[in-house]
Design a protein around this ligand. Structure first.
Ligand code: UT7
Length: 332
């Protein structure tokens, strides 16, 4: 590293754009109720979910990630060849080796980029976003593409009514760059603002790893234990992410928690004290897509106009590991 880099002032990092991939194939509550001992009423009351997306065989983790990543780069106006680093968050790859980020980078045309996978369970996107932001701040990269892509349905027993109702497939992506670049693209000094991507609040509960795990080929979860953990222990961590960003929860325009279950999301939102914030509800027609759920939910809020450029949003992931991570971001 050159002496100039060692002495250079750190740059603030910001989101430049988001992208998404949603499969066209839906699996509705009625489809499930037609072949399992369950009902639309039970699923909606316990989870809020109406339908979920199931990826076709050709919609691989790489293919979905490439599509979401390409959309995010196009929206950001970033040439893939100029991307310095591609991070892929996934916990549903069919094989541990090779990691899939290099294939995502290759297919996008990000040929000079570093590329690695992150398995942070359902918090994987927020962990990866933290890495991306810190990489930009440190000067190791100018532009980072964070992709989260998951095929949960490959790991769920289609006859297990307690699990199959919850999960879906999909991918989301975000482009991270320097805040001054984001501000000049938006024609304003405000986009980087006091918070481009705030410091991450994160942690783990490795002692409770067996609460969510793949056993005998299929995903198993002690749902009630996860529910209790998410609605009690994690709210202080979400508050901590706000503190680290130097804001109050009441300053948030949007809450984008991991889309596990609508009841969990509504409980977290009530406890956090952000009465005016829009709560992301992508879970209702996308199910739980693990690491992909936060960027998918964020992309929907941006695309629907429910949040505006410059708004502050809290992203918060939690799940298998157990892991959790959250940060405040300014909407690009
Ligand atoms: O992404 C990682 C993070 N994951 C989460 O955050 C998930 C957190 N947990 C949850 O969302 C909830 O615990 C679930 C939605 C998974 C389950 O809801 P619950 O209110 O905790 O239900 P339960 O597991 O205590 O099951 C209640 C009853 C059981 O019957 P019995 O034993 O009382 O006779 C289940 O067998 O509901 C039964 N049940 C179902 N009934 C109809 C379980 N699944 C179904 C179903 N349809 N699909």
């Amino acid at each position: 590293m050159s002496p100039a880099l060692l002495t250079r002032a750190p740059r603030e990092a910001a989101l430049l754009a988001v992208g998404e991939h949603r499969s066209a194939h839906e699996l509705t509550n009625a489809d499930l109720a037609a072949r399992l001992d369950t009902s639309d009423e039970w699923i909606r009351r316990r989870t809020g979910i109406r339908t979920r997306r199931v990826a076709a065989p050709e919609e691989s983790i790489v293919a979905m990630g490439v599509n979401a990543g390409a959309k995010a780069l196009a929206t950001a106006g970033v040439d893939p060849a100029s991307v310095d680093l591609v991070i892929l968050a996934t916990c549903t790859a069919a094989r541990p080796i090779p990691g899939l980020a290099p294939q995502v980078a290759e297919q996008l045309g990000a040929r000079g980029a570093g590329a690695f996978d992150v398995n942070g369970g359902c918090a994987g996107f927020c962990y990866s976003l933290a890495m991306a932001a810190d990489t930009v701040r440190a000067g190791s990269a100018e532009t980072v593409l964070v992709v989260a892509s998951e095929r949960l349905t490959d790991w769920v027993d289609a006859d297990d009514r307690s699990m199959v109702v919850l999960f879906g497939d999909g991918a989301g992506a975000a482009v991270v760059g320097a805040a001054d670049v984001a501000a000049s693209r938006a024609g304003t000094g405000a986009v980087g603002g006091p918070v481009g991507i705030g410091p991450v609040a994160w942690g783990h509960d490795g002692a409770n790893a067996p609460v969510i795990e793949i056993r005998e080929q299929f995903l198993q979860m002690q749902g009630t234990a996860v529910f209790r953990w998410a609605t009690t222990s994690l709210v202080p961590v979400a508050r901590r992410a706000c503190e680290l960003a130097g804001i109050e929860p009441a300053d948030l325009a949007a809450l984008v928690p991991h889309q596990a279950n609508l009841r969990i999301l509504e409980s977290m939102a009530r406890s956090l004290g952000a009465p005016d914030a829009v709560l992301a509800r992508d879970v209702v027609d996308n199910g739980n897509t693990s690491a992909a759920s936060v960027p998918l939910a964020l992309a929907r809020l941006v695309g629907s106009g429910e949040v505006e450029s410059g708004d502050l949003a809290l992203l918060f992931g939690f799940g298998a590991g157990l892991t959790y991570a959250g940060q405040v971001v300014r909407i690009p």
